[in-house]
Design a binder for this molecule. Structure first.
Ligand code: 13P
Ligand code: SF4
Length: 301
């Protein structure tokens, strides 16, 4: 039996469904029932009929799945797959902003631990951050933890006072504007597609800025034949699947998220067989952290 066949058999036995982010390795994307960006996966988790979800991504994704589907078993193929940015804000900083701005809304990127979500008024993903922030009644906004997505939202919603902390994605934050400019020189017809987790100098060069799904949709629907892509290289698999005749260029220092790449078929088989690596949250954290996620789903309808 191949690994793929074994996964299919175990899934049926355990009534499990496999969700994967676009950044995981191609063979993992291939066995997934659903692939998407963080927003799509969080929406999906709520409505699935299965008893168990195998979340192929990093910890915060499993936690979000569990918060939105508390009755399901949520299994993580590798508990060490942890997004560094998900921890990059301190409670005392949030408290200080709350003291200084009495009408503050704390807007928390979904790339954050469940505990950090308990400090927030609403969550966002890169696909809905602008829409959600714009729809809030509050004038003063603290965006945590990603400074880059926060600054991008501040630019797009100038009518509000959007403040940021200093978290960042170690993969997107170091994408080099110089390397992208060199690619633009070599491929003058290519459009530059940028994830908003990239720093300002990179965003300033972009023809399009959006989430991973947004980038894939733009490249698929646009008449252009060549694209320079400034996000994690895992998206190339879906980009090529949807657009076999288009050409995609990535920066020579290829953006690769090592945490996303720790997910393997063997680890999926292991958690399906053993039920190990279940996401469990304390009752208190679960009750509080799900509220900003539910508000996000409501406001982004
Ligand atoms: P999106 O899935 O919202 O594009 O975010 C990218 C990311 O960094 C996920 O870890
Ligand atoms: Fe976190 Fe960046 Fe990896 Fe996404 S790509 S999981 S934000 S480190």
């Amino acid at each position: 039996m191949t690994k793929q066949e074994e996964i299919a058999k175990l899934k049926a036995e355990k009534d499990a469904v496999i969700l994967a982010h676009y950044y995981v390795a191609p063979d993992v994307q291939e066995v997934a029932d659903y692939i998407g960006d963080s927003f799509y996966l969080s929406k999906l988790a709520q409505g699935l009929p299965n008893a168990a979800i195998v979340f192929c991504g990093v910890n915060f994704m499993g936690e979000s799945g569990k918060l939105l589907s508390p009755d399901k078993q949520v299994l993580l193929p590798d508990v060490h797959a942890d997004c560094p940015m998900a921890h990059m804000v301190r409670k005392e900083d949030v408290d200080r902003f709350r003291q200084d701005y009495p009408d503050l809304a704390v807007v928390c990127y979904i790339n954050s631990t469940a505990e950090i979500k308990t400090w927030a008024d609403v969550c966002v993903t890169s696909a809905n951050a602008v829409k959600v922030v714009r729809s809030l009644p509050n004038q003063d906004i603290l965006f945590i933890p990603d400074q880059n997505l926060g600054q991008y939202v501040a630019q797009q919603v100038p009518e509000k006072n959007v403040m940021v902390v200093d978290g960042y994605c170690p993969i997107h934050h170091v994408i080099s504007a110089d390397e992208l400019r060199a690619l633009q020189t070599d491929h003058p017809q290519a459009q530059l597609l940028v994830h908003p987790e990239c720093p300002p100098a990179v965003r300033a060069l972009a023809d399009y800025i959006g989430s991973t799904s947004g980038i894939i949709k733009y490249a698929t629907e646009n008449e252009g034949q060549e694209f320079i892509v400034a996000t994690e290289a895992g998206v190339l698999y879906e980009l090529q699947k949807k657009n076999p005749h288009k050409t995609f260029y990535f920066p020579p220092t290829t953006p690769v998220c090592p945490d996303m790449k720790t997910i393997t078929l063997d680890k999926i088989i292991h958690v399906l067989k053993t039920g190990e690596n279940q996401t469990n949250l304390s009752t208190e954290v679960a009750a509080t952290a799900k509220l900003p996620l539910e508000r996000m789903l409501e406001l982004s309808k």
